[in-house]
Design a binder for this molecule. Structure first.
Ligand code: ADP
Ligand code: MG
Length: 275
């Protein structure tokens, strides 16, 4: 089965946690699944910017990315973190390759010229295509591709892409059957309770009533995009729970939240059928 697994930047900070996730990724790949891993940057990126004296500014949850910030994104996302994830999976017994957008024009982007508020976001883009034949050649060779959340623009510049949106677009472009978000919370929370499922039809209401905010808004929007794009199962799972990825990859019941198409009824009954 073809799956896209998105790793939150926060999960890459702890070596033990990273190892535990890498072992699950390696096991799924060894089991014949075609995995594309997409990772974000999280605090490491923000901390690096702070060390370089670059201030972080967000508009609607998207990082305003001037040239200096973009260069730092390439260093941290396309360099340090990308190689860290590839190393962990390789160490766990499955060869992995870290990819940045410009490698074989693997991931292309268009600039998002203006934010909704009218301010310029700089080098922020959205994914327009993935080089699927290239990814397929890696899967055929038994290699796990690991993608930094960057895209190559038509002007030859690299653009920062929100990792949740990048993962959803990758899942759509690669015709993945499953998209799994491993994040730093146990799933979509309502108070302390983890919601087992969230139908797309409820997302607006959850946002409007402030029960979902910050990064989770972008994540749920990305989930909806993936479902609209034909991805059949979308999960949001806590990446620090043991075996959480393996459980989500097996589909059906498991920890975390499953995001369902429409009002959820059709999709929920579809999961009752063994696949
Ligand atoms: P990631 O690195 O996985 O993309 P984000 O920080 O972008 O994570 O989004 C997850 C964050 O969204 C959580 O850590 C939490 O602070 C925030 N959040 C806001 N509302 C909710 C909610 N209802 N359930 C879970 N997380 C929420
Ligand atoms: Mg996020």
């Amino acid at each position: 089965m073809r799956m896209v697994v998105k790793l939150a930047g926060a999960l890459l900070e702890d070596a033990g946690g990273m190892r535990a996730i890498a072992v699950q990724i390696a096991a799924l790949a060894a089991g014949g699944h075609q995995l594309l891993v997409v990772h974000g940057g999280g605090k490491i990126f923000t901390a690096t910017l702070a060390r370089m004296g670059i201030e972080s500014r967000f508009i609607n949850g998207l990082r305003v990315t001037d040239r200096e910030t973009r260069d730092a994104a390439v260093m941290v996302l396309g360099g340090l973190l990308n190689k860290r994830v590839a190393a962990a999976i390789t160490q766990a017994g499955r060869p992995a390759i870290g990819l940045c957008a410009s490698d074989a024009a693997c991931f292309t982007a268009e600039p998002m010229a203006l934010s909704e508020g009218g301010g310029s976001l700089g080098f922020v883009g959205y994914l327009t295509a993935a080089n699927v034949p290239f990814l397929e050649s890696l899967w055929a060779a038994g290699v796990v591709p690991v993608a930094a959340c960057l895209g190559l623009g038509p002007d030859g510049e690299l653009y920062n892409i929100n990792a949740d949106h990048m993962a959803a677009a990758c899942a759509e472009f690669c015709s993945a059957e499953r998209l799994i978000y491993l994040t730093d919370v146990a799933g979509v929370l309502e108070g302390k309770r983890v919601l087992k499922s969230v139908p797309c039809a409820r997302i607006e209401e959850l946002i409007r009533s402030n029960r979902v905010s910050g990064g989770m808004v972008l994540k749920l929007e990305a989930c909806r995009r993936a479902l609209d794009g034909g991805v059949s199962q979308v999960h949001i799972v806590g990446g620090t729970l043991p075996h959480s990825l393996a459980a989500a990859a097996n589909g059906g019941r498991g920890p975390g939240t499953r995001v369902l198409a429409g009002f959820g009824a059709a999709a929920a009954s579809a999961t009752a059928v063994p696949r």
